[in-house]
Design a protein around this ligand. Structure first.
Ligand SMILES: NC(=O)C1=CN([C@@H]2O[C@H](COP(=O)(O)OP(=O)(O)OC[C@H]3O[C@@H](n4cnc5c(N)ncnc54)[C@H](OP(=O)(O)O)[C@@H]3O)[C@@H](O)[C@H]2O)C=CC1
Ligand SMILES: O=C1CO[C@H](CO)[C@@H](O)[C@@H]1O
Length: 432
């Protein structure tokens, strides 16, 4: 059952009707979006946060649209990205100035995690469709907020959980096999990812002249500059990230929830153990961890550090999947039969809702035109990243937690409930 997705698609269809009747539907699309793909009619896109992943996303988007602007709080990153783009790509260090431009139809967001939701909400409210990197949120409350704004604005929103589209459809095939019942009814998904880095204590130094450190920190608690907080390393600090539990964890947990048919709900019990360095000025996310989540219907998802794969086991079979392979007896049996192979390919097409499977960024651009829900939509991603946040909260509190997935709140645990949100530094608070 995909209640959110269906109602969202219906909403978009009815919005199309509104536009056809000539009634104003602010922010739904621009004229460029409906145009053919000729060089002068491609939509205008911009990239916000152009470090490692953000530059890759920006280059992919530049192959499908006109990359007219980029923004990074590190001016050298923005200049380096712009220099690699054919044509005029303006550079900004404050994303709000970029969003003021009316000629930009869509943006990619590749900043550290603590900036994802604020920039994405501001972008949608400025009329842009958004492709934002995973893990989409820093807290479960941020997830509720961004879901509201996607609904309110009708913007197309793709989350960068690209395992849903790429890696030769291995994850799609794994999901289709598990959802078919072939592995059994009560499934256990073991989601393994690497350990987090450890390090510190680090020294406070003067920020480099090319970096706007105040803006970099955004909603996070104000602190002196440490090089080890920036350039990829933000993911080892709880102030900016959930560590490996959300960084890599959300990729496999997203696939696990989809495979087990739980992508519109959440666990009911969560427990786990993690190792944390509590010394000041050190990387402080869980280094190693092992968490168990119980779901209605007897399904379980275990999120653990060590290795990198998703193993789905039921009483009738077991499969393993990661970016490099999909293995297991059920996979071999399907490969040995043309009929079964055709069946699986058909299931994959249905799972991808009969959209063309041609890359995750391509899916975003296709949905900008069709106004369909992209394959990694905000609603299912909110559930995936919430499961990872819940695992972190159970480990930090070091006790088993009971969760009501409908109300999206803990049962009888005010301390855990207080961790659904964080205090946000002004003026970077999120209002939605
Ligand atoms: N889907 C996937 O396969 C992958 C996804 N990711 C995701 O991409 C995101 C970025 O990760 P990664 O590329 O490794 O990180 P990087 O640190 O390499 O890149 C982030 C960039 O954003 C800049 N930045 C920080 N705050 C702002 C702001 N307010 N406005 C504009 N720019 C800002 C950073 O500056 P500075 O360099 O000074 O920190 C940096 O240039 C993360 O959310 C991560 O989870 C990452 C890798 C792969
Ligand atoms: O897929 C991924 C590859 O590794 C990165 C970390 O280095 C992750 O952030 C990312 O999501």
């Amino acid at each position: 059952m995909r209640h959110h997705s269906t109602s969202r698609r219906d909403f978009l269809k009815s919005s199309t009707g509104v536009a056809a009747a000539g009634i104003a539907a602010p922010y739904l699309w621009t004229s460029a979006v409906f145009a053919a793909d000729g060089p002068n009619e491609r939509i205008n896109v911009a990239a916000i946060g152009v470090g490692g992943r953000g530059s890759g996303n920006g280059r992919r988007a530049a192959g499908l649209g006109n990359m007219v602007a980029c923004c990074d709080v590190d001016s050298q990153h923005a200049e380096r990205f712009a220099a690699g783009i054919d044509g005029n790509c303006a550079t900004y260090t404050d994303y709000r100035k970029l969003l003021d431009r009316k000629d930009i139809d869509a943006v990619t967001v590749g900043t550290p995690d603590h900036w994802h939701v604020k920039i994405s909400i501001d972008a949608m409210r400025a009329g842009k469709d958004v492709y934002c990197e995973k893990p989409l949120t820093l807290t479960i409350d941020e997830g509720k907020q961004i879901c509201r704004v996607v609904k309110e604005t009708g913007k197309v929103f793709q989350v960068g959980t690209q395992q849903r589209s790429e890696n030769e459809q291995r994850f799609l095939k794994a999901v289709a096999i598990a959802r078919s019942g072939r592995l059994g009814d009560k499934l256990h998904a073991l989601s393994s990812v690497g350990e987090a880095s450890s390090g510190g204590p680090f020294q406070v130094t003067k920020p480099p002249a090319n970096l706007d450190w105040e803006m970099w920190q955004g909603q996070a608690p104000e602190t002196g500059y440490m090089a080890e907080r920036t350039h990829h390393n933000f993911r080892w600090w709880q102030e900016y990230s959930g560590g490996q539990v959300t960084d890599w964890g959300v990729h496999h947990t997203d696939i696990a929830l989809w495979a087990l048919g739980l992508d519109e709900t959440g666990p009911t019990k969560i427990s786990g153990k993690g190792t944390f360095n509590k010394q000041k000025d050190c990387y402080n996310v869980a280094k190693s961890f092992d968490c168990l989540m119980d779901f209605e219907g007897g399904h379980q998802i275990q999120l653990t550090s060590g290795g990198n794969e998703l193993v789905i086991t039921g009483d009738k079979g077991k499969i393993r999947v990661n970016r490099g392979g999909l293995t297991g007896k059920p996979v071999d049996e399907i490969a040995a039969s043309k009929e079964e192979t055709d069946w699986l390919n058909g299931e994959v097409e249905k799972l991808y809702r009969n959209m063309r499977i041609a890359g995750h960024m391509q899916n975003f651009f296709d949905c900008i035109k069709s106004r369909e829900l992209p394959i990694s939509d905000v609603y299912t991603h909110h559930r995936s990243v919430s499961a990872c946040h819940l695992a972190n909260i159970a480990m930090i509190l070091d006790r088993e937690l009971t969760w009501d997935p409908q109300k999206e709140d803990f049962v009888g645990d005010a301390e855990a409930t207080s961790m659904l949100s964080r205090e946000q530094r002004k003026p970077y608070t999120i209002d939605a």
